[in-house]
Design a protein around this ligand. Structure first.
Ligand code: 2AM
Ligand code: CA
Length: 271
């Protein structure tokens, strides 16, 4: 029963992510970053963001009217079925604005508060990642069928490639830069993709050894967190805690633990 429900939720999330991804990809004006459109470029992005969230919530609530919602663009409903959808219609907004390819649609389904399904569609990569709790993590792309995802075997921390992100708030970003400056000499290198959802899927895919960021909301990491865990990665927040707004950390076992410890020592969760 649960398996069948999770399969249904996955199929619905995949359909919603595919359609929203196409809307965002095909609806983005080619001159978005430079041209003076009738409204400002930011307004155009916001309009696209809202339209994508509406597409997703309309599709889902049409089929599952009892479910709850939490969405970055304001979707919020309690629901009565025990299922709640956690949605970021456009993660990596600044990349989308500039025409950089790293942006994604992120859709997670929670059952009684636990994430059971996660889908992250990255249309400009031509890849979509998904996981069902207990069922492994998978990707589809320019190849036949589904490919199983597995995080990378851990290198020593000084050989680890770790991604992070910086907040929109200047004071927070400044502190994050100080933490990153202390980490850089202890790692292979740092990456900054601009999409938390994609970073978590890159940990799942073995394209990164680790990832951390402060200031995320549940919709940024809900789907990617499940995908990373189902690919064998460890995820958390501050030591002993789950991912949160304070801190989200993910990594291969062997990278996650020392990274989380360093972030605690460096006070990465606050100024
Ligand atoms: P967004 O593109 O949907 O805004 C970039 O570092 C990542 O962090 C993106 O996933 C971005 O989501 C998110 N992010 C950056 N600053 C944020 C903030 N102040 N609040 C919430 N999410 C933020
Ligand atoms: Ca986001």
């Amino acid at each position: 029963m649960t398996d069948a429900l999770h399969r249904d939720l996955l199929a619905l999330a995949q359909e919603a992510a595919r359609r929203a991804g196409e809307l965002l990809r095909d609806g983005r004006p080619a001159d978005l970053a430079v041209a003076k459109t009738k409204s400002s470029p930011i307004d155009v992005v916001t309009e696209m963001d809202i339209a994508a969230e509406k597409l997703i919530t309309d599709l889902i609530s049409g089929q599952r009217p009892e479910d709850g919602f939490l969405g970055e663009e304001g979707a919020s409903a309690e629901g009565t079925s025990g299922v709640r959808w956690v949605i970021d219609p456009l993660d990596g907004t600044v990349n989308y604005l500039y025409g950089l390819p790293t942006w994604a649609v992120s859709i997670a389904a929670e059952q009684d508060g636990e994430t059971v399904v996660g889908v992250v569609a990255a249309p400009m990569r031509g890849e979509t990642y998904h996981a069902v709790r207990g069922g492994g993590a998978w990707a589809t792309g320019a190849w036949e069928g589904e490919r199983a995802l597995a995080c990378r075997p851990a290198p020593p921390l000084d050989q680890a490639l770790v991604s992070t992100g910086f907040n929109y708030v200047t004071e927070v970003r400044t502190h994050q830069a100080e933490v990153a400056a202390r980490l850089v000499p202890l790692l292979r290198d740092i990456r900054r993709s601009g999409s938390a959802a994609v970073d978590l899927c890159d940990v799942a895919s073995g394209r990164l050894d680790g990832y951390y960021e402060r200031g995320l909301n549940a919709w940024d990491y809900a789907a990617g967190d499940l995908i990373a865990r189902e690919a064998g990665a460890l995820t958390g927040g501050r030591p002993g805690e789950r991912p949160s707004r304070d801190l989200t950390v993910a990594g291969s076992p062997g990278v996650f633990e020392p990274l989380q410890r360093l972030l605690e020592d460096f006070g990465a969760w606050h100024d």
